[in-house]
Structures are given as C-alpha cells and as structure tokens.
Design a protein around this ligand. Structure first.
Ligand code: IDP
Ligand code: MG
Length: 149
C-alpha cells in the first residue's frame, strides 16, 4: 500500500470544507493514517514548497499557506499518490473537472483548497515535515475486503 501527503489548505478550513473533503477521501476507500490541525510557520512552508522558490507566485504562496490553520493528512491506499491527485483535480481550479475537490470548491490558482504530493518521493519528504513516525498509525478496517479484491 502506498502513502501520500495531503493538506486541506487555509481556504478549505475557512470555508468549512474539512468534513466534506475528509468524507470524499474516506468514501473513495482510502485510509487516513495520520491527521492533525496546525498552522504552518514560514520555515515549514519554505521547506514544503522549496521547489517553487524564486517563482513569481512563491511569496504569495507562503503568505497564503501560513495564513491560518490547515489539516495535515497522511492517506494510505492502492496508488494513493496518483489517486489523490485525481480526486483533487488540476492545480488551476478553473481547469479542474467538476466532481474533483478543486473543481467543485475553488476558482483561483492561489486558493485551490487542497494540496497533494505529486510523487512517492515527494510524499515521503512531505510526510517527514509534518509527522513523526509514531504519529502514523497502522490499523485494519473491516471494510477493506469490500474495497480491495
Ligand atoms: P500542485 O499543488 O497541483 O502540485 P504546484 O505547481 O506544485 O501545484 O504549485 C503549488 C501551489 O502553488 C499550487 O497548489 C497553488 O496553490 C500555488 N500556485 C502554483 N502556481 C500558481 C500561480 O501561477 N499563481 C498562484 N498560485 C500558484
Ligand atoms: Mg506540487
């Protein structure tokens, strides 16, 4: 099973979408193995988004992502990285398909509601920013036999 890092961004929290988003993740069949509410420090935001340093949107991105509480999630399941990116939709909510989280709940690139790691390597790196190993739980869900063949 694969693990990915996802994060409900400050706009998602402010718009009251925590429950809706977590519900979509659960209904898809994924297992949440780590979860916390926190507000990013600038240092954490810089670490998270270091690949974007120097880009025009970077200062605004740091401001946005540190502007309020976020929900940090570690999501586990078959092909979780790719699957969560699909559930989230395209980076630009205007291009994200209806039915995706960004497609349903966003309008602007810099207010796109949710983050999801783009590769297994990114997921590992990002999970380590937000969680200690002992904060990630291993448990069985009785429904798994109805989710996986
Ligand atoms: P991703 O979140 O879909 O992986 P990235 O290209 O990695 O997209 O960009 C990280 C985040 O930076 C985006 O989710 C978005 O919030 C923000 N961002 C990216 N490009 C722009 C832009 O052109 N204007 C404003 N914000 C942007
Ligand atoms: Mg990205």
């Amino acid at each position: 099973m694969e693990r990915t890092y996802c994060m409900i961004k400050p706009d998602g929290v402010q718009k009251g979408l925590i429950g809706e988003i977590i519900s979509r993740i659960e209904r898809k069949g994924y297992k949440i193995v780590g979860m916390k509410l926190l507000q990013l420090t600038t240092a954490m935001a810089e670490e998270h988004y270091r690949e974007h340093e120097g880009k025009s949107f970077y200062p605004g991105l740091l401001q946005y992502i540190t502007s309020g509480p976020v929900v940090a999630l570690v999501v586990e399941g078959k092909n979780a990285v790719k699957g969560m990116r699909a559930l989230m939709g395209a980076t630009n909510p205007l291009e994200a398909a209806p039915g995706t989280i960004r497609g349903d709940f966003g309008l602007d690139m810099g207010r796109n509601v949710i983050h999801g790691a783009d590769s297994i390597e990114s997921a590992k790196r990002e999970i380590a920013i937000y969680f200690k190993e002992e904060e990630l739980l291993q448990y069985d869900k009785s429904l798994d036999e109805w989710i996986y063949e």
